[in-house]
Write a protein of this length. Sequence first.
Length: 311
Amino acid sequence: MNLAESVQALYAEYGALKGVTIEIYKQLIAVSVKNDAASATVFLQGAQVAEYKRVGEPSLLWLSEQCDYQRGKALRGGIPVCWPWFGDIDKNPDSVKCQVSADNPPAHGFVREQMWRLANVELIDSETTQITLELDVTPSELWPFSAALRLVVTVGSSLSLQFEVHNVGGQPFSFTSALHSYFNVAEVEAVEVLGLEGVEYIDTLEGWSRSCSSDPLRVAAEVDRIYRNVTGPIQINDPGFARQIKVTHSHAPDLVAWNPWVVKSIRLSHFADQDFHKMLCLESAHLLDNLQTLAPDQSYSMGLNCRISVT
Ligand SMILES: O=P(O)(O)OC[C@H]1O[C@@H](O)[C@H](O)[C@@H](O)[C@@H]1O
């Protein structure tokens, strides 16, 4: 099926639902939903949520204006799904690393670049729409196992994502994952993140050394940290947008905080030199010794919820 035929098939299935549109962005297909509380756009490639916006408010998520919407390339922004490893494969636990034999495997796994299937769109009520995407992972030179992945995105007065992994093969496998949220902020220098005070983190910019701070997280230089075993919700205070974003996680004990700042911004793909002022990644994850191992027929599910309050 070519792009136009795929869109036609999706329209035949979901086009009659109120507020649902299927759109083509260059080489990619996205489903957009709009209800009485919010609107959102999710790309089939990577099951990548690209936008969530409550009526009359700025976007929750940052999305690069330099996205080129090409097959096989994750969009810079929104919420990419990183699986079955996070970041550089070599920084993953041995039991995750030893499963991957390909030379130069992509950063953050391979499912953010694959075409997922739109499995369902459901209008739950006038303020809530649920979008379900699925991907069947089959053995390949990148990863020799079979898994069924599902991402359920609930668009309402808050945004929720539930990511499920089911081992449908005959062998156990291990993985790390992240829902790599790029938050849209008015001016990152003015933002503070509460909920990470006193939580030990690994500073990947300081030789992966361990550190801890009793202050809220503020960004005034490049930040690339893995906060370990975060127990409560976090809160992003954004005075420029006069709002707070409360992010709650389930089965995602680690939190990656990332802002590329000046120098890294220049070499990042699909990222303007000044974009670092407008975004802050706070990524819900299970990494390092929080990896998961699934025996045949076992499942794992992790999730996040983002709720905005306006001051
Ligand atoms: O450019 P990518 O592969 O999307 O990765 C972006 C960033 O993702 C973050 O999760 C990492 O902590 C950073 O080190 C990395 O630069």
